[in-house]
Design a protein around this ligand. Structure first.
Ligand code: ADP
Ligand code: MG
Length: 729
């Protein structure tokens, strides 16, 4: 680019990839060096203290105060050895991101001066002034206290110079105010329910854990350009910007070679992630220009989710070393791919069996099918609850647009597993099965493994896809806390497995043989859950029609999506499972409505400001230049010559003027609509008003701005354009 419209562009063009300071070590040499993990506990803790923490990790037992004191001493010693000066309870409030309040280790010493001190009491529980975190009305100001309490199942780590202790966050009255508390409860629920069912097939199973492998998508934008875009800075997405003539249509970005400057950034943050014991493994270019992905090896859900939060934080910090900004927003740019966070989820027994892996024999396969079929039924029955858990102001722009799964929840199984279900459906009769029928069925079931292993038909369009040994929940947004989706997924599967167990046990009590009872209930579920199964193209128009005929729901706005969270059947289910009390759920719903309102409000204000004080002034300036030009032509040329020459210019002036007028009047109308919405007391109605009356202006106004971007002199346009944001690095 010869002429630079901005100083910022010049800055970007002169950037050199920043060298990464990496010690000449193998990753395995420093992996986990900043984590108080098992080997370090062994070194720094007494035998008893070590045993007590390990028990807490493995069986969820609590660590008593005396032991906690010993653990705190060990943790402190390790932290000081590694340069820490502060400690913090680290938790996941109901905002985007995590919270921490650092305290120095120092206390006054009897001998004068200070000493480094840390106690079991401080490790186990703290009382942050928590009135500024969202609670959805659970915590009134008169009971503003909240407690954070140590979660031993996720190890403490050192972030910069602070010992960070993962904790849950609850109110004075015991209600969950965070994502971690209900996540842990949902993991317990699915553990109990899945263990009971797995014991039909293996008496030795004592527990079941859920695994999560997240795939984090994100965009990178050069810092100088980012700082010249107030919309990106304040809302995380571009509220205007005409499509670049070239973006992703040549499909030349996905998996293509990673630019050096980006690669250095990735190396740098992955390095830091390894020190924190986060097993990041895969990195690649994503579909859209400047879009990338990072994925770890899967881990137990609670730990994996802590790690995802840590990675999102780390990426943003490290990006600045490389003069990048990370965009975690679900739809930073209109017209090209948005960012999601596929949640690869599975269940695994303590005997080492993945319950979503086809078994080695008919029994193992029947277990596999049992879990697949119950999961389908759970997703079918709770499609609206699952959607509510991933639907928000940002993700709504992504779902259903540019290669993201639609807002219709369906499940992909692939042809082979689908065929197995069909075989089962057709060969199990309601009468007692003959031994021959049973043998035939078992033989068929026994055939699964080889078939699945060479199944490669991966359907990328499904929001919930079976991918050989796990389900991949793809509707989750890139900026989300995975817990939001997984609390619900764990719960609905737990609930369905409990129902399944009760029904099978009922049949057994009446004298039906176990296998036969399982077959019969599964057959019923296969039939019942059929509408949720879809192997076709989820992005197509036909699917929208077909889904409607099947009775699947298709919701395209946030207030309606969230309303599912107020249905009695879901409230009761989450209550019965001890995941969320009705009051806790109600608080969360309130928080979600509030978040939606505030996000749309902020976007609307930012757009109004930029439109009026960036776009309109330059457009007027350019129009004035054209007017001058027309006047000059008139002076120089004859009447007839002038008429011919000025026609096009006059039309252009009118066009600009029309767009300017539209912008001005629409910004006014939008402000009025906001005022009206703000006057509404009740948050549900307010959210509806924001959705129906304010949100549409964002696209309306943008339309005129994007038209002006194509007309106004390139040199004058005050914002970096899509082609600059997306292709310069
Ligand atoms: P994709 O082809 O979908 O991009 P990747 O290999 O990049 O797949 O990422 C898939 C993610 O799924 C990784 O985090 C991986 O560790 C995880 N994963 C693999 N097997 C399981 C499993 N059984 N349970 C949960 N997650 C899994
Ligand atoms: Mg994937």
């Amino acid at each position: 680019m010869a002429v630079m419209r901005f100083k910022a562009l010049e800055e970007v063009m002169n950037r050199e990839p920043r060298p990464v300071e990496r010690e000449k070590l193998l990753t395995s040499d420093y992996y986990g060096s900043l984590v108080f993990d098992e080997p370090k506990m062994k070194k720094y803790l007494s035998k008893d203290a070590y045993k007590s923490v390990m028990e807490a990790i493995e069986n969820g037992t609590s660590v008593d105060r005396k032991m906690a004191d010993q653990v705190a001493q060990g943790m402190k010693a390790w932290a000081l050895d590694n340069g820490a000066t502060h400690y913090t309870h680290w938790f996941h409030p109901l905002t985007d991101g995590t919270a921490e309040k650092h305290d120095a280790f120092i206390e006054y010493s009897n001998l004068g001066g200070v000493i480094e001190s840390f106690s079991g009491k401080l490790l186990a529980q703290q009382e942050p002034d928590a009135s500024s975190f969202p609670s959805g009305g659970i915590r009134q100001t008169f009971e503003a206290r909240g407690y954070t309490a140590w979660d031993p199942s996720s190890p403490a780590f050192i972030s910069e110079t602070t010992l960070s202790i993962p904790t849950i966050f609850i109110s004075y009255t015991g209600e969950a105010l965070d994502y971690k508390t209900p996540l842990l409860r949902s993991l317990r629920a699915v553990d109990h329910a899945a263990t009971a069912v797995a014991q039909y097939f293996d008496k030795d199973v004592k527990s079941v854990r859920a695994n999560l492998g997240w795939e984090q998508e994100y965009f990178l934008v050069d810092e100088a350009l980012y700082l010249a875009r107030p919309d990106l800075m304040l809302t995380g997405r571009t509220l205007m910007g005409h499509a670049s003539a070239k973006d992703q249509q040549l499909e030349d970005h996905y998996f293509s070679s990673i630019p050096t400057r980006v690669n250095r950034f990735m190396e740098d943050f992955e390095n830091e992630a390894y020190k924190l014991g986060i097993p990041v493994k895969t990195r690649h270019n994503e579909v859209a220009p400047n879009q990338f992905e990072c994925a770890p090896i899967f881990e137990e859900v609670n730990l994996a989710n802590d790690h995802n939060q840590m990675v999102m934080d780390l990426m943003q910090k490290i990006a600045r070393r490389h003069n990048f900004r990370v965009l975690l927003h679900e739809k930073p740019f209109a017209g090209i791919n948005g960012s999601g966070k596929h949640n690869n989820w599975s269940l695994q027994t303590d005997t080492g069996v993945n319950l979503y892996s086809p078994g080695k024999n008919p029994k193992g396969n029947l277990q596999f099918l049992t879990f697949i079929i119950n999961t389908l039924q759970a997703v079918y029955e709770s499609q609206d609850l699952l959607r509510a858990s991933i639907y928000n102001a940002a993700n709504q722009h992504r779902l259903g647009a540019n290669e993201a799964p639609p807002s219709i929840i369906s499940a992909f199984l692939g042809t082979e597993v689908s065929r197995m279900l069909d075989i089962m459906e057709n060969s199990v009769s309601d009468k007692k099965m003959t031994p021959d029928e049973k043998t035939a069925l078992k033989l068929n079931i026994g055939r699964i493994p080889e078939i699945i292993l060479d199944t490669t038909d991966r359907n990328r369009t499904s929001p919930f896809a079976f991918t050989g040994n796990r389900f991949e929940y793809r509707a989750v947004g890139s900026s989300a806390n995975c817990a939001s989706a997984l609390i619900m997924l764990n719960s609905v599967v737990a609930n369905q497995l409990k129902k399944f167990k009760a029904e099978v046990d009922g049949l057994i009590e009446k004298g039906t043989k176990k296998d036969e009872a399982i077959f019969q209930v599964l057959k019923k579920l296969i039939v019942a859950s059929k509408p949720i199964r879809f192997n076709g193209n989820g992005y197509s128009e036909e699917w929208v029609k077909e889904a409607a005929e099947r009775g699947l729901t298709n919701v395209n706005n946030v207030p309606e999506a969230l309303s599912a969270l107020t249905r009695p059947e879901y409230i009761n289910m989450l209550d019965d499972l001890d995941v969320l009390t009705p009051r806790e759920l109600e608080g969360r719903v309130e928080v979600e409505y509030e978040k939606f309102i505030k996000k749309v409000q902020i976007e609307s204000r930012v757009l109004g400001d930029i439109a009026i004080n960036h776009i309109v002034p330059v457009s007027i300036k350019y129009m004035t230049m054209l007017l001058e030009n027309v006047k000059n032509l008139k002076e120089v040329f004859s009447e007839s010559e002038f008429e011919e020459m000025a026609a096009g210019r006059k039309a252009l002036i009118k066009e600009i003027s029309t767009h300017i007028s539209s912008i001005k009047s629409k910004v006014n109308d939008m402000t009025e609509a906001r005022k009206e919405a703000n006057a509404i007391e009740h948050s549900v109605d307010k959210a509806k008003a924001y959705d129906a009356k304010v949100l549409p202006y964002l696209n309306d106004i943008r339309y005129h701005i994007d038209k002006l971007e194509l007309i106004v002199d390139n040199e004058m346009w005050p914002l970096p354009k899509y082609r600059e944001l997306l292709f310069i690095r």
